[in-house]
Unconditional design. Sequence first.
Length: 150
Amino acid sequence: MVFGNNLTLIDSSLPKILAEIVYLFFTSGNSKTIDLVNEISTLNPLEFNLETNHPFYSYKIKRFLTDIALGMMPSIVWTGELDATGGYLLVKKDGEILCYHIYNRNEFEDYLLNNTKFETASSTRHDFGTVYIKDSKQYFRLNLQIRFLK
């Protein structure tokens, strides 16, 4: 419930968009965020008016990734207040340091979109992927993590 409300706070369409992207992740073989966003943009499951080429899906996912990177947690009520207000440092595997100041927000968002991927954690360790019954209905938990590309 908290995560769903956090998503809605960021953008009211985000729960549906993320559900569609998670579905694509599990069915398409794509894991890179940019590939998933490109695919959902082509499919346009929310039926946005694309006549004017507004980047609805990439814009909304960039906001989501930015809020995650700057403090939003799935189980804690998100108020929109950022943990990092000056900038963000990224250290690449080769030791190169990338610095994104709040003035470089567009570059930071592009970096997140182009350098992250969706993945699942261990199903046994995190107890997901098995069917359970609640109120006479069958459910199963999905696990999703967003990580930087290596």
